[in-house]
Design a binder for this molecule. Structure first.
Ligand code: GDP
Length: 467
């Protein structure tokens, strides 16, 4: 079953509980179990999840249906998070943070600049051919570039014809410096040379793409070890095709033994991938998944956090993910964005914040990825495509553009007290009052998520640092 369908099935199962009777709960558990098994999740993991849900729900005497529903949601959410969480931090995250702490250039006694010892963070990519290594290298480089780091790409893949050209084209498009060679055949030499060059130029992050093979074989593992010894990476990332389902576990274990990588990027986790199997299989190897690739374009790349992933899967929305996404836009000097972040930290989310964030999303694309983080939008998205999502978001912006400053800075209750305002805004935006009410309803959901996020600020599962 593809991921989008899994989300719908899980949501349907949860919302099927109305009275909270034992029969309903049993049927919900059965639906969840079937959906997970059909998504390729390992049978033992599913059985454990089923038992955990059953045990936790029977521990309570509270028979109030609404309390039962809430508790079930929480239990299922926690258990699903558990399923995809490796409980491991990616290695050396602090070192990367320290990179930004460079002081002014130091001069020697004759006034010449002293080149400080390199502080570059070297990342090496490994994985089978076709897994998406070259694509993910550029995606990761772009991710860090957008966050203010200087990044260099080294192509040490001499095995696959065209690998250097591919990396070069991607790098040029994203304006990221690159190094490679058409004539040199020794990948170890290229890797060492490229890393040295970028280190001399004081790059913050150097990403080395290595060769793959069609299958796991000794020559690939030998080459990985040699390159690793030559460039001594602080982080080795395995790139794996997420559509391989449960086979991900044995592949991850074999690579782990050979290259001792610290984290994983799962690719091809687009809405139509059978992703449930790969995520849970990899989590079972106790290796953190740090990003997932959700398409062929450079921006189709998401930080993987178990709680955010499950929130999105269940269609609850992921406000933390939204904020992460927007952080990538380099909006540090944008006043309305800064205000919006401040509000969010205080657990608030006004209509103006909603308007600011919606405008930001339009700059980011692809909209279907982003809109799935907005509470209440995922049901709608399952029925429509990119074009309709885009027009829906634009419509919401027109509606908020028709509000007064007082209305935008409010928490939305002003419209409940004075409903005629809704009619006026609808007229201004050329839409129906129902559409305005939908915007208000979505802002209310975001606002309640912002206050929940504040409450969860100390929850390590939601705030786990990324590299
Ligand atoms: P490599 O041999 O491991 O370097 O793999 P490539 O980076 O060349 O990728 C192989 C193919 O997978 C290319 O056609 C990529 O466009 C495609 N690809 C990579 N990542 C993703 C992804 O996240 N989603 C989709 N749909 N395709 C991807």
């Amino acid at each position: 079953m593809v991921l989008a369908d899994l989300g719908t099935r899980l949501r349907d199962a949860l919302s099927s509980v109305e009275s909270g009777s034992d029969q309903e709960i049993q049927s919900m558990i059965k639906d969840i179990v079937t959906a997970l098994l059909e998504s390729d999740v390992n049978i033992k993991l599913v059985a454990r999840l089923r038992d955990n849900i059953k045990n936790q729900i029977k521990d309570s005497d509270d028979k109030n249906p609404s309390h039962i529903r809430k508790r079930l949601q929480k239990i299922v959410f926690d258990e699903l998070c558990e399923l995809v969480d490796s409980h491991q931090e990616p290695p050396q995250p602090k070192k990367l943070k320290n990179i930004k702490q460079k002081g002014p250039a130091k001069l020697n006694s004759s006034g010449k600049k002293i080149t400080p010892k390199s502080n570059s963070y070297v990342i090496m990519f490994v994985g089978l051919q076709g897994a998406g290594k070259t694509t993910s290298c550029t995606k990761l480089a772009n991710y860090y570039k957008k966050r203010g780091f200087t990044v260099g790409l080294v192509c040490a893949d001499t095995f696959r014809a065209g690998a250097y050209d591919q990396l070069k084209q991607n790098a040029i498009k994203a304006q990221i410096p690159f190094y490679g060679s058409y004539s040199e055949q020794d990948p170890v030499w290229i890797a060492r040379e490229g890393v040295e060059r970028f280190k001399k130029e004081q790059f913050d992050i150097i990403i080395v793409d290595t060769s793959g093979r069609h299958k796991q074989e000794q020559s690939l593992f030998d080459e990985m070890v040699q390159i690793s010894e030559a460039v001594t990476p602080l982080q080795t990332i395995m790139v794996m095709d997420g559509s391989i389902g449960q086979a991900a576990e044995s592949q991850a274990l074999a690579f782990k033994e050979a290259s001792n990588f610290g984290s994983i990027i799962l690719t091809k986790m687009d809405g139509h991938a059978r992703g449930g199997g790969a995520i849970s299989a990899v989590a079972a190897t106790k290796t953190p998944i740090i990003f997932i690739g959700t398409g062929e374009h450079i921006g189709d790349f998401e930080v993987f956090k178990p709680a955010s992933f499950i929130l999105k899967l269940l269609g609850i929305g992921d406000i933390q993910g939204l904020m992460d996404h927007v952080r990538g836009l380099n909006l540090q000097n944008d006043e309305s964005h800064k205000k919006s972040i401040e509000n969010f930290k205080e657990g608030k989310f006004t209509l103006r914040d909603f308007q600011t964030q919606m405008n930001n999303f339009l700059k980011m694309g692809p909209l279907t990825n982003i809109a799935s983080m907005i509470p209440g939008m995922s049901n709608f998205l399952n029925q429509v495509g990119e074009e309709e999502t885009s027009s829906k978001i634009k419509n919401m912006i027109y509606i908020m553009d028709s509000m007064t400053g007082k209305e935008l800075d409010s928490d939305g209750t002003i419209f409940i007290k004075e409903p005629l305002r809704i009619v006026r805004v609808a007229r201004g935006a050329g839409c129906s009052s129902v559409e305005v009410e939908m915007v208000l309803q979505q802002q209310r959901m975001m606002s309640s998520m912002a206050s929940n996020a504040k409450l969860m600020q100390n929850n390590p599962m939601v705030n786990s640092p990324q590299m």
